[in-house]
Design a protein around this ligand. Structure first.
Ligand code: PLP
Length: 465
């Protein structure tokens, strides 16, 4: 398997080069040169694999044989040995038509750990094998930063710098990032919102000299390896539900969405042959993607701070990958649309393409009160405490509850990370001890204004220290 860019001017390149390149050098996103088709017989064989075995099977289609099998196996086992649940991503039944896929059993209590524990191991492996300096740079709406830092803190040959929007992440998210004392970690607290942080990062990655001189690598979901690691749990969850229901009917997946990374992983799983009915895209009030799916117009609206801050995103960095596929893999058209987006601030797709979008996706934007009501309702009716992001997913799947379908809704974070919303529901929760312990640790972060110049200055100083 080799990798190409949605804008047509990279490649073909191998798996490790794609991993290190992150954002395509032509400004596009890297995608596999073809999507492997998994047969029904193969799916059946995979049903009884452990999570780790399934990772190895799926990765074998994508790694271009660049990592010896024994090495890959060790990387995968080390990545998931840090999880608190032996199943890694267990599935819980909430009622006959709704299952929850719990993705928050990793070290930082959010789903980002699933890909970033692996990427941390892989960066360390590549750095050692190729004797390479690796400087990770990322923007976070809260969870990616904590998770990426956890994946590489204290690792030799690696430094990590993370931009987060000052005051716009939850208290626990902030503490998880800023109480890490390892000297290979830099937290920049940026005046602005997540879109500002993400734009600065994307511009730095697009400056190829700066990127090469500073050995920059990306951990945001612009990195295809992150998407790939997340594809695994769609398969795994489907198999667990099939085993419980005895039916191999296609299932819905409801996905709390910000950057379109997680739901794109679901789309990839479907394209590989997983029996998926609808991908239900759940947003909060920052609903650019809901509007795209309803109307075929991709146009950022005003930024809103919500109870689900990890989804407070207007410009979804992964959206271009999906556009590429829904418009029949035509790089010239993607270049034109993305240029138009830069110029006019919107993308409009043709009616026939919108019809195809609506076959694959449903969408629902969840309002603040609706999010809190969903948390309260499920706590009362089932005893299960949803975090506000997972509640958006469940609320969006509830919209279709009359349809006689079975939905797996992704639980993307542990409620203890977002106690601000839980407290508003009048619910008192017990914090896991790892989270409780954060409150007594000293914090370390650097405040910066939103200017690219100041951020570049801080980065260069850190990377060269
Ligand atoms: C990152 C995140 C999301 C959104 O995922 P995307 O891949 O950006 O769409 C949803 N919920 C939580 C808790 C997150 O951390």
């Amino acid at each position: 398997m080799e990798y190409i860019s949605t804008r047509g001017n990279v490649g073909k390149i191998g798996f490790i080069d794609a991993f290190l390149m992150g954002l395509g050098d032509d400004g596009g996103l890297l995608v596999p040169s073809e999507i492997p088709a998994i047969s029904a017989a193969k799916l059946k064989e995979w049903q009884n694999l452990s999570y780790q075995e399934l990772v190895l099977e799926i990765f074998s289609y994508y790694t271009n044989d660049e990592i010896p099998q024994e090495d890959l196996k060790k990387l995968v086992n080390d990545s998931y040995s840090t999880f608190r649940d032996p199943e890694v991503t267990p599935v819980r039944k909430l009622n006959d038509s709704l299952y929850l896929l719990e993705l928050f059993h990793g070290p930082t209590f959010a789903f980002k750990d699933i890909a970033l524990q692996f990427m941390g191991q892989l960066y360390t492996y590549v750095s050692r094998k190729q004797n390479k300096t690796i400087h990770i740079l990322g923007a976070t709406s809260g969870d990616t930063g904590a998770s990426a830092i956890e994946g590489v803190r204290g690792k030799e040959g690696i430094k990590i710098a993370i931009l987060h929007p000052n005051g716009k992440v939850s208290k626990v998210q902030e503490l998880q990032m800023t109480t890490v004392q390892d000297s290979n970690v830099l937290n920049l607290s940026v005046e602005g919102n997540f879109d500002d942080c993400q734009r600065i990062i994307k511009d730095l990655f697009a400056d190829l000299d700066f990127k090469a001189n500073n050995h920059l690598c990306a951990i945001n979901s612009i990195n295809f390896v992150r998407i790939l690691a997340q594809t695994v749990y769609y398969f795994y969850a489907y198999f667990q539900v099939v085993k419980q229901t005895g039916s191999e009917q296609p299932l819905n997946f409801s996905v709390p969405t910000g950057n379109f990374g997680d739901i794109f992983a679901g789309y990839l799983a479907k394209r590989m042959g997983l029996p998926v009915n609808k991908l239900i895209l759940a947003t909060n009030e920052n609903n650019i993607l809901e509007r795209f799916i309803q109307e075929g117009v991709y146009k950022p609206g005003g930024f809103r701070s919500t109870y689900s801050p990890s989804m407070d995103i207007q410009v979804a960095s992964n959206f271009e990958r999906y556009l590429y596929y829904v418009l029949d893999e035509n790089p010239a058209q993607i270049r034109e649309l993305m240029d138009g987006f830069k110029r006019d601030g919107e993308i409009v797709i043709p009616a026939d393409a919108l019809a195809r979008v609506q076959v694959e996706f449903a969408a629902h934007g969840v309002q603040g009160q609706e999010c809190l009501d969903t948390i309260s309702k499920y706590k009362t009716e089932t005893g299960y405490l949803l975090d506000p992001h997972s509640a958006c997913g469940v609320a969006a799947s509830d919209v279709r509850s009359g349809a006689q379908e079975v939905t797996i809704s992704l639980a993307t974070a542990h409620p203890a990370k977002f106690n601000e919303a839980i407290a508003l529901c009048g619910i008192e929760q017990q914090f896991p001890e790892q989270i409780e312990a954060l409150f007594s640790k000293p914090q370390r972060q650097t405040q910066v204004d939103g200017s690219a110049e100041e951020i570049v200055r801080e980065l260069v100083q850190f990377y060269n220290a």
